[in-house]
Design a protein around this ligand. Structure first.
Ligand SMILES: [Zn+2]
Length: 105
């Protein structure tokens, strides 16, 4: 089994589960201070406030290591779970179980 495996989630618009609430921080896109950030668009050391990056409804995907915190940033939104999974496999050149694709395929 591959260490990192594709994970697909369904997100509602403004889903509070993916809202990143902090005391105060500066958005890396609009550079204004905010307390609410889009957890799906914010990577490591890279914050997007909900004003310039609202949490959009749809399917999102990433590679995630089961049982560990290791994961890539989310990509999305996509219209279907299948599309989200396909994009994840394309982006990281793996199959649906997270295994690397054979070279030169
Ligand atoms: Zn912003």
């Amino acid at each position: 089994m591959a260490f990192m495996q594709p994970e697909v989630i369904r997100v509602r618009a403004n889903d509070p589960e993916f809202l990143l609430v902090v005391s105060v921080a500066r958005c890396d896109e609009c550079h204004s201070e905010a307390t609410e950030f889009n957890g799906l668009a914010s990577g490591e050391g890279d914050l997007r406030c909900t004003a310039c990056s609202p949490i959009e409804a749809g399917f999102y995907s990433r590679l995630q290591a089961p049982g560990y915190m290791d994961a890539t940033d989310w990509t999305g939104p996509f219209r279907s779970a299948a599309e989200a999974l396909r994009k994840c496999c394309e982006q990281y050149e793996c199959d649906e179980d997270g295994n690397d694709l054979p070279e030169g395929d």
